[in-house]
Design a protein around this ligand. Structure first.
Ligand code: TMP
Length: 214
């Protein structure tokens, strides 16, 4: 089996993740091997997953109870993994995901307190099997600061509407994971300039590529 590379971007609300993924995509477009990359987002990334995303974030008529929320995130991931990520990795592609299981640990584990991080990881490997993420860019910013970045009139989804205590727990969840899996995590101070963060990401990515491909 050829060896693909799996990279994730993680962080709390308004950490600058979308901007950095956009810049990373532009960087990929300038590479000779650009066709070897696949970008996905979570929840979503597959046709069914995008419908689940809408239910999870915007369907306010009958909001999922916490356990249903957890299972819907996992359902979206199972679909994305089987249909897109697994075949791509088996074909030696570089998969770049906007969020993955660290989000579940931070949001459903730490913030919603549905299960402990350990239990979520166990459930995760029961559903998705054992696989590993090679590198995670964690854009770290205290929610007290990131909340200030949000526009007053921004349209907020269900998670973004949660209070500061919820987002503080999300922050704790990411910090826990980044300490638990130090080798996988590249922790980046998200208060740095957009360009500086982008340069850090490129440097780290190219380092990983050298390590894994040569
Ligand atoms: P975003 O991708 O635009 O940041 O929005 C996705 C939202 O879904 C974000 O608030 C984090 C949340 N989320 C979870 O709560 N659990 C998960 O497992 C994932 C992937 C996302």
């Amino acid at each position: 089996m050829k060896k693909g590379i799996f990279i994730t971007f993680e962080g709390g609300e308004a950490c600058g993740k979308s901007t950095q993924i956009k810049l990373f995509k532009e960087y990929v477009q300038s590479r000779k091997d650009k066709d070897n990359f696949i970008f996905v987002r979570e929840p979503g990334g597959s046709e069914l997953g995008e419908k689940i995303r809408d239910l999870l974030l915007n369907y306010e008529k009958d909001c999922p109870v916490p356990k249903a929320e957890l299972l819907l995130f996992l359902a979206s991931r199972a679909q994305l993994y089987e249909k897109v990520i697994k075949p791509a990795l088996e074909n030696g592609k570089i998969v770049v995901a906007d969020r993955y299981y660290d989000s579940t640990i931070a949001y459903q584990g730490f913030a919603r307190k549905i299960m402990t991080a350990k239990e979520i990881l166990k459930l995760h490997s029961m559903i998705l099997g054992k696989f590993k993420v090679d590198l995670t860019f964690y854009l770290k910013i205290d929610p007290k600061n990131s909340f200030m970045r949000k526009g007053q009139n921004a349209q907020l989804d269900r998670m973004e509407k949660e209070d500061i205590n919820f987002h503080q727990e999300v922050f704790n969840g990411y910090n826990y994971m980044s300490k638990k899996e130090k080798n996988r995590f590249k922790v980046i101070d998200a208060t740095k300039s957009i360009d500086k963060i982008h340069q850090i990401i490129i440097k780290e990515f190219e380092k990983l590529l050298k390590k894994m491909r040569f």
